[in-house]
Design a protein around this ligand. Structure first.
Ligand SMILES: [Fe+2]
Ligand SMILES: [Fe+2]
Length: 211
């Protein structure tokens, strides 16, 4: 390997490590949500999501190990992911499924679709063997996002999720997701503005509406 190729491999390995950490956050959240969901079909979907996130995490762990066998690659989003996880844990500990869905299936999955898909696509361009997997993963993430948007909207409409709790959740998660977005885009070496716009466009009106 030339030094340039070795450096590129390390950059991609760092991106894969970030993706793995994001998948682990989604896995932990979906598994926790499945234990507090009251509707059996919702719990069943969340268990399935947790299995998919676990598979996604294994894919990126494998990619990172392949590209940087020595391991130990830090990525810049570690503390931000930890803060995000702590906020999700607070919702789960309170048995607040809908707030946790605002954070995970709605905001985090939108962030994934707006930014991490680009990181994945970059990985797939460099490692074409990943391209079919990338398509499967993207389809699953889009389904998780649509599921969360639908569940939270129904909970708002039925009154099961009061507007005051929605406001608190979306305020916190907007700040957390914004920080994560900026750190992830920095890894791509690009300007955050188009990614932030894409992220906003993926959010439902009840998330972006300031009322
Ligand atoms: Fe995932
Ligand atoms: Fe997901």
């Amino acid at each position: 390997m030339t030094p340039l190729v070795r450096r590129r491999a390390r950059e991609l390995a760092r991106a894969a490590t970030l993706l793995e950490a994001g998948e682990r956050l989604a896995l932990r959240a979906a598994a926790g949500q499945a234990t507090i969901a009251r509707a059996p079909r919702t719990a069943q979907y969340l268990r399935q999501q947790a299995r998919q996130e676990a598979a996604h995490a294994r894919v990126f762990a494998g990619v990172a190990a392949f590209l940087a066998p020595a391991g130990g690659l830090a990525h810049p989003a570690g503390p931000l992911l930890a803060a995000y996880r702590a906020r999700v844990d607070r919702d789960l500990d309170a048995g607040d499924l809908w707030s946790s869905m605002v954070g995970v299936q709605v905001a985090l999955e939108a962030l994934g679709r707006a930014v991490l898909e680009e990181v994945q696509a970059s990985l797939a361009r460099h490692l074409p063997v990943l391209a079919p997997l990338h398509r499967v993963l993207s389809g699953q993430e889009a389904a998780h996002h649509a599921f969360g948007v639908r569940c939270v909207r129904q909970a708002l409409e039925s009154g099961d999720f009061p507007a005051a709790r929605l406001r608190a959740a979306r305020g916190d998660y907007r700040v957390l997701a914004g920080g994560l977005l900026a750190a992830s885009v920095e890894m791509l070496g690009e300007s955050p503005a188009p990614y932030a716009a894409r992220f906003e466009a993926l959010l439902p009106a009840w998330f972006t509406d300031p009322s």
